[in-house]
Design a protein around this ligand. Structure first.
Ligand code: SF4
Length: 357
């Protein structure tokens, strides 16, 4: 795991997210009148330190993709603040400098790769539009970018459909890097790839973070991938942060029942190991009418009356589980009962309930 978080904790964060809210109108009836608002993201805060990889993890409906899209200006921010290297997102949009600073790579690389252009043409076009090098150097720069993401020069003449899935994602990453951004959102970019190819892409992002100084927000539903890439982890459920902290600490001592359930569902490659729990098996709460209290209450084996009425506060539970005093940052948990022995031990993880919203 990278220690870049510790190296750069005095630098300006790449991204600061404060109480972010993203709402979408709910339309009903024949006339599709707006009858409510869905709170897809409802008060999310976290920081992406400079030269680090932060993972936002959660199941479908957690708000992780909406959060990532908001950071690149693709989801409407209803409230809260997003700062890119200290500058408000709204200002960066207004002066049109946002695309030079932040880029996104999608799960489906076809979303960002033009099927009618070769990979080389696409990258040269981006280099020329953003004028990152003199025009006569555009072809050389495209070749450098392909080499940087591990693609052979001959692939520059191929169209996206002529590449494998892993090669297409590398090409999409090269296209994002062509802008020379400071921060890239990777939205489930390895979820459709074979495990061995996933590992190659994960290693590529870690190398890019270390060597080129780009910071990444890596969105994933898969804790087994998160373990290998993240400096810090932000666990989302129902549009809210359940737990966030240094990857080593969250994996070694998860303090939120939802994080425990996600980790318990990771397959263990040992035939003698006990069978994993089945995850939360619960539909996320309806963002148009979330329950009062804790968003995770309907799936949580520890839920009490307090959980059903009062939203849990976010509590600092930072410890130094690695014992190396690296200062990898704050560990927080949003749970009324995080300090109770049964919750700390994760005793209810195998009993996480199937629930309907
Ligand atoms: Fe939420 Fe209560 Fe469960 Fe904690 S114990 S996760 S506050 S329902």
């Amino acid at each position: 795991m990278s220690t870049s978080t510790a190296r750069d904790d005095r630098a300006e964060p790449a991204v600061t997210v404060e109480d972010l809210q993203v709402h979408f109108p709910v339309r009903t009836g024949v006339l599709r009148r707006v009858t409510g608002r869905a709170r897809a993201v409802d008060g999310v805060s976290f920081t992406v330190p400079a030269r680090s990889i932060v993972t936002v993890v959660g199941e479908s409906g957690s708000g992780k993709t909406t959060t990532g899209r908001a950071l690149v200006g693709l989801s409407p921010v209803a409230a809260g603040r997003v700062l890119i290297e200290g500058r408000p997102l709204a200002d960066l949009r207004a002066d049109r400098s946002l695309p030079r600073l932040v880029q996104i790579v999608h799960q489906d690389p076809y979303a960002s790769l033009n099927p009618r252009m070769t990979i080389g043409q696409m990258i040269r076009e981006v280099v020329q539009v953003h004028r990152t090098v003199p025009r006569e150097r555009a072809a050389d720069r495209a070749a450098e970018l392909l080499a940087q993401v591990g693609l052979a020069p001959a692939l520059a003449d191929r169209h996206p459909h002529e590449l494998s899935g892993g090669q297409r994602q590398r090409a999409a990453i090269a296209r994002a890097l062509a802008v020379e951004p400071r921060f890239i959102v990777c939205d489930e970019i390895v979820s459709a790839l074979d495990v061995s190819v996933q590992g190659q892409i994960v290693n590529l992002l870690k190398d890019l973070c270390r060597d080129s100084g780009v910071s990444f927000l890596f969105i994933s539903h898969d804790m087994s991938v998160v373990r290998h890439i993240a400096d810090r982890v932000v666990v989302l459920y129902g549009g809210r942060v359940m737990e966030s902290g240094p990857c080593a600490e969250v994996f070694a001592a998860p303090r939120h029942p939802y994080t425990q359930a996600l980790l318990a569902a990771v397959p263990v490659p040992d035939p003698r190991a006990p069978l994993p729990a089945a995850g939360t098996r619960a539909e996320p709460p309806d963002p148009a009418s979330p329950p009062p209290g804790c968003r995770f209450q309907r799936a949580c084996p520890y839920a009490t009356d307090l959980c059903r009425t009062e939203p849990p506060p976010t509590t600092d539970v930072t410890t130094d589980v690695t014992g190396d005093d690296t200062g990898d940052g704050t560990h927080t948990v949003a749970c009324h009962h995080h300090d109770e022995p049964a919750v700390r031990a994760g005793l209810g993880t195998n009993d996480v309930r199937t629930a309907q919203p």
